[in-house]
Design a binder for this molecule. Structure first.
Ligand SMILES: [Zn+2]
Ligand SMILES: [Zn+2]
Length: 262
């Protein structure tokens, strides 16, 4: 399986030459298989995704961790994707799920009412209840993670490999979820350096030190860190990568447009 990151940052994109190496777009990663694409979150990275894999896949399934704007703002970029699009997420409140997902894409926040134009199938999923994708070849298990208004992680099992997606989670002092155990690869939130985390405690994010603990406790083989704060330049990110190598050489930092084989 090939994993590609189209956006590895959090919050609002800031493009500057000094951060171009790790990229500026917000979270969007895709597992691609010939004419099928499984997408994790739909931040502004959905625009480059649309230019590449979403432009040729016959089917796109989107797993949405939660509805913070940096994880859904790229949905309009997929409105004219040629393939059939389905979106899977956990309900947050009593409103119909399409209204929760597309609520900001209508006047006065968006020029047109976008939900109808998009035509995606919106499917509710439930924590700790597996569901199947790609004609049963992919088993996906959602699970809850600590974040303001909670996030959903996804454990993906396919062809004997396990990928676990854990964006937007504040794991300081939290137990490592069972769903992360034994993964081949975990995608994990490392928004802040351990020093900067103190300023942002309660914002719902982790550090690369939390990542190293979760990796150790889960027994996962490799970890890929993402959702980096926009404030970090490439030089600072390279510094984090160097500190990480001393802790665990199987933890890497994701880069926009970077690919990994699972
Ligand atoms: Zn986020
Ligand atoms: Zn969030």
């Amino acid at each position: 399986m090939k994993l590609k990151f189209y956006g590895a940052r959090g919050s609002t994109p800031v493009y500057l030459p000094e951060n171009a190496g790790y990229g500026c777009n917000s979270m969007c990663a895709a597992l691609s298989f010939e004419d099928y694409c499984l997408v994790f979150d739909c931040g502004t990275g959905a625009s480059p995704l649309r230019r590449e894999e979403a432009g040729r896949a016959a089917r796109l399934d989107l797993l949405i961790s939660h509805l913070h704007i940096d994880h859904i703002v790229g949905l309009p970029a997929l409105a004219d994707a040629p393939g059939a699009v389905s979106l899977y997420t956990v309900s947050r409140d009593e409103r119909p799920l399409p209204e929760q997902v597309f609520g900001v894409f209508k006047p006065p926040y968006w020029p047109v009412s976008f939900a109808e134009a998009f035509g995606a199938r919106v499917c509710e999923v439930f924590p700790n209840t597996p569901f199947f994708l790609k004609n049963g070849e992919i088993k996906a298990t959602p699970f809850r993670l600590p974040h303001p208004d909670f996030t959903t992680g996804f454990r993906i099992e396919c062809g004997g490999k396990v990928l676990v997606y854990m964006s937007d989670c504040e794991m300081a002092g939290e137990r490592t979820p069972e769903e992360a155990f034994g993964a081949d690869l975990i995608i994990f939130d490392a928004a802040y350096s351990p020093e900067d985390y103190e300023k942002f405690r309660g914002y719902g994010h982790s550090t690369y030190e939390d990542a190293a603990r979760v990796k150790r406790e889960s027994g996962c083989k490799r970890m890929l860190l993402a959702h980096f704060d926009q404030a970090y330049s490439d030089r600072e990110m390279d510094g984090f990568a160097e500190r990480l190598r001393a802790i665990d050489e199987n933890i890497e930092l994701a880069r926009e447009m970077g690919t990994w084989e699972i």
